[in-house]
Design a protein around this ligand. Structure first.
Ligand code: MG
Length: 180
């Protein structure tokens, strides 16, 4: 059975982070106009401390929908591959909130994807330490080391240069076509 790494943020779900930024800043973020990974966090740069206080006790995932077709395709992949959800959880700016973030991630995955055993969650900060046959992520550098690298198309990687052997997918149906 081939090993398969699946990223969580911006591959399985968006979570609630941008929603809280919009609420806090009283703005509407237009993701179609954004190409820079740090841009969203830059929006709160000037009020960083207040923002983290605002977010501190808010669940960053509860109620956030899964991406379209994610549930069905993951269920099929889980039967065919040795599948792990690999996600980083540390907020380096506010390191002590990270423990809560890990909890939110855990309970979200357990509730939304009940067919994946929690022993298959890997909470980490450095995905490059992990060897997998196949990696799916929206961050190009997180795909290193895999035989099959699948880049999930997101606003921040649209204009990025990447190896020719990386397969870009736009949605979960395309993942299904590549892996099933
Ligand atoms: Mg991600």
């Amino acid at each position: 059975m081939k090993t398969l790494m699946i990223d969580m943020d911006d591959v399985i779900t968006n979570g609630n982070f941008n929603k809280y930024i919009e609420e806090f800043m009283n703005i509407k973020i237009d993701m179609t106009k954004i190409t820079n990974y740090e841009y969203v966090q830059d929006l709160v740069k000037s009020k960083k401390e207040e923002f983290w206080k605002y977010v501190e006790n808010k669940d960053l995932y509860k109620g956030a929908p899964l991406f379209k077709d994610c549930y069905e395709v993951l269920k099929k992949l889980n039967d065919k591959y040795d599948l792990y959800i690999v996600t980083s959880y540390l907020w380096t700016d506010v390191i002590d909130i990270s423990g809560k973030n890990l909890g939110y991630k855990y309970y979200y995955l357990k509730e939304m994807l009940p067919f994946i055993n929690p022993s298959k969650y890997i909470f980490t900060t450095n995905k490059n330490l992990l060897n997998f046959d196949i990696k799916i992520d929206d961050k190009i550098t997180n795909l290193e080391g895999a035989d099959i690298k699948i880049l999930f198309n997101r606003w921040h990687n649209i204009n990025k240069k990447y190896d020719k052997n990386i397969i870009r997918v736009n949605n979960w149906k395309e993942i299904e076509e590549v892996l099933l």
